[in-house]
Each structure stands twice: as C-alpha cells, then as structure tokens.
Write a protein that binds this ligand. Structure first.
Ligand code: ACK
Length: 305
C-alpha cells in the first residue's frame, strides 16, 4: 500500500467546476513543507480571476501514503463545501487529472501571522496618521484589527460547521492590505492522519493551543476553537511569542487544571484580556461564541478610532 507505483494508479474524479488545466500552473519556490505535504508558490495564468496570478499550491511529497492522499482530497472537498469568505484562505481550483494532485489556494504574500508579528517589533503607541501600509509599523489598533479579522473568519467557519482544531498564529496568514486569512481549516478531522501537513514546532499536537477537554479526551468542538482563539489573541498582543514558555507540554493540563492561565500581555488593555480569560473558561459552556467575540472586538476597535 505504501508503494507509490500502486498509489499512482488511483484516479480522482473530475470536478469541472474546479479543475484547472495543469499546463497553466507554473510552480515556483517551496513556501513550506511538512512531513508529507508541501506548499509551493505558483503562477496560474489565464484561468483565475483577473489580477490573481500568484497562487499557493498544496501537494503531497514523494512517498506519501494512501491515507495522506485521502487527507488532501478531503481537505479540498471541505474547502469546496465551506465556501468563500475574505478572512479565510479560499480554494481557487485544482488539478486532479494526469499527474499529482494540486490544490490551488489563495497566496498570502506576508506569510504566517506568527512570523509577521515576530518580524515587526516596532509598536507605535503615540497617535499617528500613518497607516501600516505606509510605515510597516504596527499600532495597537492594527493588533485589535487582526484579532477582529481572525474572529470574523472563525465566525464564518463556525457558521459553516467547520471545526479548525489547530487555530494558532502560525495557521493565520497575512494577505494584501494586511487582510488576515485563516488557513488549514479544511484538514481531515481524523487525528490519526490529520497532523502530517501542519508545521509543528514540537511534537504532534498543538498542546499549547488546546482546551483542557482536548488535552484530556481529544475532544474538539467549536468551543475548543474558542479556547485556541484566546491563545491566538494572546499571541497577537505578545507579537508572536510562544505561550506558556516555562511549562513543558506534558504538564500543561495539570497547569490549567490548577487554575493557571496566560498572563496579561504588557501592552494589552484590560477589556481585551477579559475576553481572553472568557475564552479560557475551564468549562466549554462558559466560553463566548465567535459571534459574541466579533461584537466585543468590534466595540473595542471602534472605540480606538
Ligand atoms: O509561516 P510560513 O512561511 O507560511 O510557512 C507556512 C508554510 O507555507 C507551510 O504551511 C506557508 N503557506 C502556506 N499556505 C500559504 C499561502 N496560501 N500563502 C502563502 N504562504 C503559505 C506558511
């Protein structure tokens, strides 16, 4: 079953709504890779919307298994079903015939939010009329706008009954005009085959972003995504720092059970920190919905204008 010569005999069904001629996709440099999958920058001429020629192509690496192939197919099918929203990485097309599977998605020129934040330590606190576009510097309002946009993307995914399971700044991408887009939401929900694709700093599970019930029972729900969103908020306000730096992953559950939580980031307002703390309610029912989070963040954002 692991023999690639056997796997190559599998044929995928043709979906005319999404199929793109293979010869219109010109692959470029590798943007990132996991154990079995990779993401490659590409030019896709003629077939996509005008002005949208740079794309990202997800594909498998040589020697992938049947299960990994099925996981990429299922990721693509989930993206088709979920549909489009500005704050998610949208599916643009695919190549399923006459060669390796290419899943063509929107390209986000500024890469992952985590690295974007880490490379921009300049935070402008005095009021300025210059925007992020002009200076490349972040204002506190930019950070709240990031939080708001991520919440909008997650609210949409939740409305489409999509549970992410790995929401973290590394899986949020920064696009043109600093529009944030949730990535990798279509990954297969079978945790046996699920984690091949994602870039992990250590281990196989994103323990530092996981709710207690996920750590305890591998339970993933929209409320566990809300917990992770709280950690994402913290990452944003900490400019891409690693959460629970002083706690080893294996002790995280007991750390949380003892009532410990991430501390308030120095630059974070109290109302924003209270939102994080709500996301980290031990019991899932105590956590806000993404719709409520969108409203709360919108309120904080408009008060900053
Ligand atoms: O942090 P990065 O540079 O941004 O490393 C990851 C890597 O590929 C593996 O996921 C980058 N990446 C993934 N999808 C896209 C995309 N649609 N546009 C731009 N970069 C992407 C990501």
């Amino acid at each position: 079953i692991n023999d690639p010569r056997i796997l190559s005999e599998y044929e995928l069904p043709l979906d005319k709504d999404w199929e793109v001629p293979r010869n219109t996709v010109v692959l470029g440099k590798v943007l990132g890779e996991g154990e079995f999958g990779k993401v490659v920058k590409a030019d896709c001429v003629g077939v996509l919307k005008r002005g949208q020629s740079t794309v990202a192509v997800k594909m498998l690496k040589d020697g992938h298994t049947d299960a990994e192939m099925m996981a990429l197919v299922s990721e693509m099918e989930i993206m088709k079903v979920v549909g489009k929203h500005v704050n998610i990485i949208n599916l643009l097309g695919c190549c399923t015939q006459g060669g390796p599977l290419y899943v063509i998605v929107e390209f986000a020129p500024y890469g992952s939010l985590r690295d974007f934040l880490r490379n921009r330590p300049e935070i402008i606190t005095e009021s300025t009329n210059e925007s992020l576009e002009d200076t490349g510097n972040l204002t506190p309002k930019d950070l709240v706008s990031f939080a708001y946009q991520a919440a909008k993307g997650m609210e949409y995914l939740a409305s489409r009954h999509c549970i992410h399971r790995d929401l973290a700044a590394r899986n949020v991408l920064v696009s043109e005009n600093f529009i944030l887009k949730i990535a990798d939401f279509g990954l297969a929900k079978n945790i046996e085959t699920d984690y091949y694709y994602r870039k992990k700093t250590s281990g196989k599970l994103p323990v530092r972003w996981m709710a207690p019930e996920s750590l305890n029972s591998m339970l993933f729900t929209i409320q566990t995504d809300v917990w992770s969103f709280g950690v994402l908020l913290w990452e944003i306000m900490m400019l891409g720092a690693t959460p629970y730096r002083n706690v080893q992953g294996q002790y995280l559950l007991q750390h949380l059970k003892a009532g410990n939580r991430l501390e308030k980031p120095p630059s974070c307002s109290l109302d924003l920190y209270l939102i994080m703390r709500e996301c980290w309610s031990f019991y899932p029912k105590g956590r806000p919905s993404f719709t409520v989070l969108v409203k709360q963040l919108e309120k904080i954002l408009t008060a900053m204008t």
